[in-house]
Write a protein that binds this ligand. Sequence first.
Ligand SMILES: [Zn+2]
Length: 422
Amino acid sequence: MEALAHFNAATGLEANLEKSNVYLARVDERVKMQILARTGFSEGVFPIKYLGLPLSPKKWKKIECWSLIDKITHRIKVTYSKQLSYAGRLQVINAVLFSIHSFWGAVFILPQSILKKVDQICRDFLWGSSADKKKVALVAWDKVCLPKRQGGLNIKGCSNWNKASVGQLLWQIIVNKESLWVKWVHDIYMKNDTSIWTHKTPIDCSWYWRKINALKEHMQGWYNHRRYMLTQTGKYSITKSYQALMGTKPRWNIAELVWTSMAIPKHRFMTWLAVQGRLLTQERKLRLQIQVEDIACCLCEEKVMETNVHLFEDCKWTSTVWQAMHQWIEVPVHNIGIVQVLENIKGNRWKQFKKEIMAAICGAIIYHTWRARNWRRFRDIRVHTEEAVTQIKKEISERLHLLSSSKRANKCRHFIQHLLCN
Ligand SMILES: [Zn+2]
């Protein structure tokens, strides 16, 4: 009460008796009554809301966690239309869902079942699945959660991100950070231990303490004595820890071309799917045992099965578009499969900006081929190659105008001039 009086004198702020509660633990009835009488506060019951977050000394009950899940599904249902492109949905997931998740996940250890559910909501939203209409996940979630340079979409999967966040608490104990919580941990749980690594969790410890200790087996390798080795500064990084939990995958050497800022976002996403052969072509549908009526390519008259290779490499429709592009750019790029085309662009001795323009053109062709295929198949509308070519030229030119004032662009201004004048 003396502290509150000091606080009042210094700030002029006064505790509101009606809105204030006192929370007591392991206090006998007599002492409790004395405290309540002395303070004038009434006794509060857990869980309470503090800064918008539920606060509880025990493991969260499922029902409390559902409030997080509700928040996420609500925002998807209300704010965003199902008409969003993949690229749009990716942005929603990264921005909105992740902000909610990192806000909660940075403060609490969330139960695995809840984290899995949040991941599932993100996954379903990305691929357009809903309760009444299931859609195929075109790429596995584990892959989607990898960084782009390793072939993923850089979505921060909840499960591992939460572990990485909570790893920060472990780090604080290891470096013996100056904080009330660390002191408390050393006094209560680690009285007889010199190191957290050799500490054995008592049977009667809290769920939180058990969870923090369960992380040790994943994280011990990141420390040399008491130094965190994943950053140069030795300061804990959630991102670095997350990446380490995901495991190091080989670098995907065409990632920078697939995701180049020269390309329109929805083209980038489509290119990412196409280079992995993950678009739902008729052939892939057959393999996934999805019923298809007509397996032939609908863009040409050749009556051959619609495969990824046929659509983007052999099809007459696509070849015509490529030829028109050759005439425009006056650079010979042989369409020998999308991956090979991008690898050839990368291996060329062009300026980086020119490589990215070429990759963006390749991405635009992929996008418009797939779009023409969908319009023909689902709306029975035929898109002529001339229309697609005009559209691609328009989109690339707009992109060039947007980015042509950069320093990088200046290094290949002749090529850019050529494209804009033809
Ligand atoms: Zn065809």
